[in-house]
Structures are given as structure tokens and as C-alpha cells.
Design a protein. Structure first.
Length: 151
């Protein structure tokens, strides 16, 4: 049985291992400071949020999400599910589905009117699940990378 809950300080190493595997999957490289900053944000729980999935007490999946306003609905916010990753050895056991459901429940409880996310078009494994739990509205994502703001 998959259980979903907040990440605890004792989850730091396991979370980072899963997050690094997620970053590797997308063939990216991030500095150690990015992981430290993200962990601090998740522990604060004010701007960005994280949940963990456990099987037999082991952290086997993570999701990161945030809530923000929407111009198309000034009376309700939307929830962006930014990252979702499960350990390869537990895929197909309902971990990702449970994480998506938990984020959806939280967003609903906060009065959000939508949960949305992106994935790469080549991510066929994840897309099989996503096509079952959500609607692909056909949008493509474009981005402009900006230099980090000076600190």
C-alpha cells in the first residue's frame, strides 16, 4: 500500500537521491545549491510544496508543486505540478498515480480550479499514466531561459 505524506527532515538524503535521478532523466545538471534551496523551500512550505510516497516505509516517489493565481479565473488559483518521479524498481505499483491524486486533493482543498503539468513528448511511460488520469489539451511549452538574478 502506497502512503503519501509531507517530507520530513529525515527524508533529506532519500529525497535528494530521487530528485537527482529525476534531473538525470531529463539530461540536466544542477548545482548542489539548487537542491539545498529547493529543500529549504519545501521545508518552509510557503511557496513550494513537496510530498513523498512510501512503500514499506521507504521513500520511493516525490512530487513538487506550487499554487499560483490565474488570469482566466480571478476567483480561484491553479496548481502547477512541477516535478514527479518514482524509483524505477517500483514503477507500475500506483506510486505516481497516488502522488497525482494527493496533489489534486490538496489543490481542491485550497480552492484551486485546475492542476496541470508538463512532460516531455518522448516520456511514453509517464504519458500512458497521464492519459488515464488527465486530459492532454495539446499545448506545447516554450521557454526563455534568463540568467539568475544576482544575490
Amino acid at each position: 500500500m502506497v502512503s503519501i505524506d509531507e517530507l520530513h527532515p529525515s527524508d533529506r538524503a532519500a529525497w535528494e537521491g530521487l530528485f537527482r535521478a529525476y534531473i538525470d532523466f531529463y539530461q540536466r545538471s544542477e548545482p548542489d545549491e539548487m537542491y539545498a534551496r529547493a529543500w529549504q523551500e519545501f521545508q518552509a512550505g510557503t511557496r513550494m510544496h513537496a510530498l513523498g510516497a512510501r512503500l514499506d516505509g521507504r521513500l520511493v516517489g516525490i512530487t513538487h508543486f506550487l499554487v499560483h493565481p490565474s488570469t482566466s479565473s480571478p476567483d480561484a488559483d491553479v496548481c502547477y505540478l512541477q516535478d514527479l518521479f518514482t524509483a524505477p524498481d517500483v514503477r507500475g505499483r500506483g506510486v505516481a498515480r497516488a502522488l497525482i491524486a494527493a496533489v489534486t486533493d490538496r489543490a481542491r482543498a485550497q480552492g484551486c480550479f485546475r492542476v496541470y503539468w508538463n512532460t516531455h513528448e518522448s516520456n511514453a511511460t509517464a504519458r500512458r499514466l497521464y492519459d488515464k488520469v488527465a486530459e492532454n489539451r495539446g499545448f506545447l511549452r516554450y521557454q526563455i531561459d534568463l540568467a539568475p538574478a544576482p544575490r
